[in-house]
Design a binder for this molecule. Structure first.
Ligand SMILES: C[S@@+](CC[C@H](N)C(=O)[O-])C[C@H]1O[C@@H](n2cnc3c(N)ncnc32)[C@H](O)[C@@H]1O
Length: 273
C-alpha cells in the first residue's frame, strides 16, 4: 500500500520548489548553500590532516589548506554523494556547484563529485529532477531500507526529509550503514520548536499563513497543514543529536538558521568505524 505521505508528496511535486522558495522567502536556498560550504570546509580540513599525517613534505600545503579551510592538498578527491529524501534534487545540485566551483581565492578546490544518487520514495518528486538536467541518478527507495551496500557513500544530504520518515532512528542507522568511515551526514531540518520565538512562529503564525498559501498555489491545503504539524510533532534538535550519537555518529556542528526556524546538523561517521 502507498503511504499517505508518499501520495501527498506525489500530489505537490510540480509546485514543490516554487512553494519552498516562496514560503521561506528564498532562505531554503541559502540554508542549503551554507550546509554545502560547511561540508566542503570540513572535508578539506580532513583531507589536509590526512596529508600532514601521511606525507611530511606536504605539511606546508596542508597548513595552508587548514588556514583557508577551503582546499585540500591540490589532488582532486572524488565524492560519492547520496541526496536522501532528495525530492526534486535541489540539495544535490547545490552540492555539486559548491564542491566543484573554485574557492574565493580562485584555486581549484580539490573535489570532484560522482554523478549523485537522489533517493526518494515519491516518484512524483523524482520526476521533477529530469528537467533540471542534474548530473545524477534518481532512485526510488525507502530511507529506512536502502538498496545499497555498506559504505557506499562519502556524503549523505538529508534536506527536510528526516521529519517525514516514520522512524528517524531507523533512517539514521541506515544512513550510518551506507556511509563510508570518515563520511558525513548533513541533516537540514525544521525541528520541534524549543524557544519562545519559535513556539510562537510554528504554533501561531505558521498555521495561519502556510496552509492558506499552500492551498492557493498548489490546491493542496492538507499537505501544508501536514508540514506545520510535522514540525511541531518532530524531535527538538538536541534530542535528535542525542539519537544520532546513539546510532554511532559524532555531532560535528549544529548551525541554527534564522533564530531557529531551521537547523543544519553535521554528523560524522568516525574514521575507524
Ligand atoms: C520536504 S521534502 C524535501 C525535498 C528535498 N530534500 C529538499 O531539500 O527540498 C521531503 C522528501 O522526503 C521524501 N520522503 C519522506 N519519507 C521518505 C522515506 N521513508 N523514504 C524516502 N523518501 C522519503 C518525500 O517524498 C519528499 O520528497
Amino acid at each position: 500500500m502507498i503511504s499517505p505521505v508518499r501520495k501527498m508528496f506525489d500530489g505537490i511535486a510540480s509546485r514543490y520548489d516554487f512553494l519552498n522558495h516562496f514560503l521561506s522567502c528564498y532562505q531554503d536556498v541559502l540554508w542549503r548553500r551554507y550546509c554545502c560550504k560547511c561540508l566542503k570546509k570540513m572535508m578539506a580540513v580532513d583531507g589536509a590532516n590526512a596529508v600532514s599525517e601521511n606525507a611530511p613534505g606536504s605539511v606546508r600545503i596542508a597548513r595552508n589548506a587548514m588556514d583557508d579551510a577551503e582546499c585540500a592538498a591540490g589532488t582532486a578527491r572524488t565524492v560519492r554523494l547520496l541526496d536522501l529524501c532528495g525530492g526534486t534534487g535541489d540539495f544535490a545540485n547545490t552540492f555539486r556547484k559548491i564542491f566543484e566551483g573554485s574557492s574565493s581565492k580562485g584555486a581549484a578546490c580539490g573535489f570532484s563529485v560522482e554523478p549523485a544518487v537522489i533517493g526518494d520514495f515519491s516518484y512524483g518528486m523524482l520526476a521533477e529532477v529530469k528537467p533540471k538536467k542534474i548530473d545524477a541518478y534518481a532512485v526510488q527507495l525507502d530511507a529506512m531500507k536502502m538498496p545499497f551496500a555498506e559504505r557506499r557513500f562519502d556524503v549523505i544530504l538529508n534536506g527536510f526529509g528526516m521529519r517525514n520518515v516514520p522512524d528517524a532512528r531507523g533512517a539514521l542507522m541506515e544512513s550510518y550503514r551506507v556511509l563510508d568511515a570518515g563520511g558525513y551526514l548533513c541533516v537540514l531540518e525544521f525541528f520541534s520548536p524549543r524557544n519562545l520565538f519559535n513556539k510562537f512562529f510554528y504554533k501561531v503564525l505558521a498555521p495561519l499563513f502556510i496552509p492558506v498559501m499552500g492551498a492557493f498555489f498548489s490546491g493542496k491545503r492538507d499537505a501544508y497543514e501536514y508540514l506545520v504539524n510535522s514540525i511541531i510533532r518532530f524531535l527538538p534538535v538536541d534530542e535528535f543529536c542525542k539519537m544520532a550519537e546513539e546510532c554511532g555518529f559524532e555531532v560535528k556542528k549544529v548551525k541554527m538558521f534564522d533564530g531557529g526556524i531551521s537547523f543544519g546538523v553535521f554528523l560524522h561517521k568516525p574514521g575507524n568505524a
